[in-house]
Design a protein around this ligand. Sequence first.
Ligand SMILES: *[C@@H]1O[C@H](CO)[C@@H](O)[C@H](O)[C@H]1NC(C)=O
Ligand SMILES: *[C@@H]1O[C@H](CO)[C@@H](O)[C@H](O)[C@H]1NC(C)=O
Ligand SMILES: *[C@@H]1O[C@H](CO)[C@@H](O)[C@H](O)[C@H]1NC(C)=O
Ligand SMILES: *[C@@H]1O[C@H](CO)[C@@H](O)[C@H](O)[C@H]1NC(C)=O
Ligand SMILES: *[C@@H]1O[C@H](CO)[C@@H](O)[C@H](O)[C@H]1NC(C)=O
Ligand SMILES: *[C@@H]1O[C@H](CO)[C@@H](O)[C@H](O)[C@H]1NC(C)=O
Ligand SMILES: *[C@@H]1O[C@H](CO)[C@@H](O)[C@H](O)[C@H]1NC(C)=O
Ligand SMILES: *[C@@H]1O[C@H](CO)[C@@H](O)[C@H](O)[C@H]1NC(C)=O
Length: 313
Amino acid sequence: MATRSCSYAFLLLVAFQSAVMKGDTVRPPPQCRPVPASTLEKIEFVLNLIVYRAEIFLRSSVGRGINGISPGLVQGPVPIGATVAELDGEIRDIIEEFGLSGVGHIRAIVNVTEIKAPVARPQLNFSRQLFSDLIDVVLNGSALTPPFDVYGATTNFLFVAADASSLLQQYLLGIIPSVVGDAERRLVAGIALKVAAEFGVIRAQLYGRANSTVSPYKFTVANLTMLISQLVNQLAGCGVKDEGLMVPLQLGAENRTTSNVVPADVYSLASPRYERELLKILFGTGNATRPGGFFPSGFNGTLFRRIQTQGLS
Ligand SMILES: *[C@@H]1O[C@H](CO)[C@@H](O)[C@H](O)[C@H]1NC(C)=O
Ligand SMILES: *[C@@H]1O[C@H](CO)[C@@H](O)[C@H](O)[C@H]1NC(C)=O
Ligand SMILES: *[C@@H]1O[C@H](CO)[C@@H](O)[C@H](O)[C@H]1NC(C)=O
Ligand SMILES: *[C@@H]1O[C@H](CO)[C@@H](O)[C@H](O)[C@H]1NC(C)=O
Ligand SMILES: *[C@@H]1O[C@H](CO)[C@@H](O)[C@H](O)[C@H]1NC(C)=O
Ligand SMILES: *[C@@H]1O[C@H](CO)[C@@H](O)[C@H](O)[C@H]1NC(C)=O
Ligand SMILES: *[C@@H]1O[C@H](CO)[C@@H](O)[C@H](O)[C@H]1NC(C)=O
Ligand SMILES: *[C@@H]1O[C@H](CO)[C@@H](O)[C@H](O)[C@H]1NC(C)=O
């Protein structure tokens, strides 16, 4: 009996060691890891992303914001620059639905956690100029003529819709392993799976247009998607987590395909992103403590304030 339990212990030890060895042996640097925080602080942080996405989706599809759907749900400065976009009927339905699901997710957070309505809304900048400046950066600083108009065509808006969804999904994946509490885990996983499905729908729409040119320019949808993903990866500085719609075989699923409708790692797992990466990307500054871009006054909540105070740029 003693021998038996001893060998069990040995087997367990071996299993544990091989699990450790099979995992990522190279620990990512601190700026690519979660910032220590409570579950509530992480949910506060993710609210910034949910509000950001719901506001632009609703304002672009139906010309109303979150409070226009659910009065008093959010409070804070009115987003700058959003306007109804030229979307074809199918995409307008999709974007409106996904904007509305964001409102539901905020209500669910208010229901399950200590966070109360009205939820803090950060200053958001959705100005046409900001998007066109970003696309110029994506294209290595050569100014497009005419300037890229995010609200001017269905395809133009899809790039933004995909990125907003990707970032939210990546952060949710980043926090899932550390969320404490059954209700909180159900909440975060429920939001994450819904947003991941929505991200897939939007990527599939982009994939269907992959070889079309982005009118009136020469480059294709696949070209721009790839270039945007490169800029996002560069701003975040934590490796390749965003990818284009078509990839070399060795980056495709099981090295057997060049299609890349839904990006993932070598095991086809979704890639998480953490707080500092998100801030660097959404501020557009590559610096998590230097607000700008879509969040000119930074994020709301304790976790962002701590990142600033501690200078975790
Ligand atoms: C709100 O929370 C209660 C329990 O706290 C739960 O029964 C109910 O289903 C929740 N509703 C939503 C929409 O999350
Ligand atoms: C949230 O941030 C905005 C600036 O982005 C600020 O105006 C607002 O007061 C903040 N809300 C709270 C509750 O801190
Ligand atoms: C919003 O972005 C535009 C374009 O970059 C910029 O001119 C404007 O100052 C920004 N607004 C705020 C409040 O940051
Ligand atoms: C931008 O510049 C980088 C590095 O010089 C290059 O790899 C990339 O292909 C360029 N992109 C475009 C769209 O010209
Ligand atoms: C785009 O073109 C490539 C190369 O010709 C082709 O393999 C791919 O199927 C096309 N994709 C779409 C969505 O049309
Ligand atoms: C742009 O897209 C076309 C077709 O989708 C592809 O053949 C070409 O290689 C792409 N160019 C770059 C620079 O990615
Ligand atoms: C795919 O190719 C990479 C090298 O490019 C290799 O590391 C990986 O093991 C390959 N994956 C499969 C499933 O063959
Ligand atoms: C990030 O921005 C802050 C505030 O502007 C600055 O103090 C800090 O030095 C910057 N960090 C890096 C790495 O550039």
